[in-house]
Design a protein around this ligand. Structure first.
Ligand code: 0O2
Length: 206
């Protein structure tokens, strides 16, 4: 059974890696096109990864499913994940609008943790898109998760993850509350930086 899983994973990795390549390339094309038209790159940089078997297995078990190749295809939508770090807030929604209008990449799911941040303070726009890949048997459709966020949101997310899970000291309720405040401050900074970029007057808060 373990051998069957290992063999199946070789194919899973290959197929999702292909979907990842297609999606990353498409995002780069949109970025380059926008840059040549408007002299501004919406994307600061892109990161991507294939989820490890260990992380996939944890997620399946957490949701009450057996760890099988069929269940990976059926229930895990973030085997292939892209993180698109944008310069400004509007860049995120610009890319979102292109993706939602695209005929090639259907948006299967959208969760807007910018409008509605998570309890932790986490902010990003999550999209699951359907990516067609052409292989020898024909066209296959696979889900790819795209996390769109600003540089500031990315800074918060990576330090929060580090503090919460990686540091040796224990993570207190007070730490969590302070991080939520940092997230709010960052959100204001994102709005202000965008206003500066767009030449808008400062908006004063009460
Ligand atoms: P990795 O290594 O990035 O794959 P799930 O919570 O995973 O069972 P779902 O719907 O996929 O189900 O969750 P969600 O919250 O929509 O998206 C999960 C991913 O968002 C996480 O990936 C993180 O990358 C990011 N994320 C969500 N909440 C937080 C948070 O509070 N802090 C930080 N730093 N990141 C967050 P994974 O699965 O953790 O791992």
């Amino acid at each position: 059974e373990q051998r069957e899983l290992a063999q199946g994973m070789v194919r899973v990795n290959h197929l999702y890696r292909s979907a990842l390549k297609v999606a990353v390339t498409q995002m780069e094309i949109l970025d380059e096109e926008f840059a040549s038209l408007y002299d501004h790159s919406p994307i600061h940089h892109i990161e991507y990864r294939i989820k490890t078997l260990e992380s996939i297995s944890d997620k399946l078990r957490r949701r009450g499913y057996d760890v099988t190749i069929d269940n990976i295809y059926a229930y895990i939508q973030d085997v292939a994940g892209i993180r698109v770090i944008c310069n400004y807030l509007d860049d995120i929604y610009y890319l979102r609008s292109l993706l939602t209008r695209s005929e090639s990449f259907k948006v299967l799911r959208e969760v807007d943790y910018i409008q509605q941040p998570k309890e932790s303070g986490y902010r990003s726009l999550h999209l699951i898109i359907d990516v067609p890949i052409v292989i020898s048997e024909g066209t296959l459709h696979l889900p790819v998760e795209i996390q769109l966020r600003t540089i500031a949101m990315d800074m918060w997310a990576s330090l929060e993850h580090e503090l919460r899970y990686k540091s040796d000291r224990n993570f207190s309720d007070s730490d969590a509350a302070r991080l939520r405040l940092c997230s709010e401050a960052i959100s204001e900074i994102d709005r202000e930086m965008q206003d500066i970029y767009q030449g808008k007057e400062p908006s004063y808060h009460e």
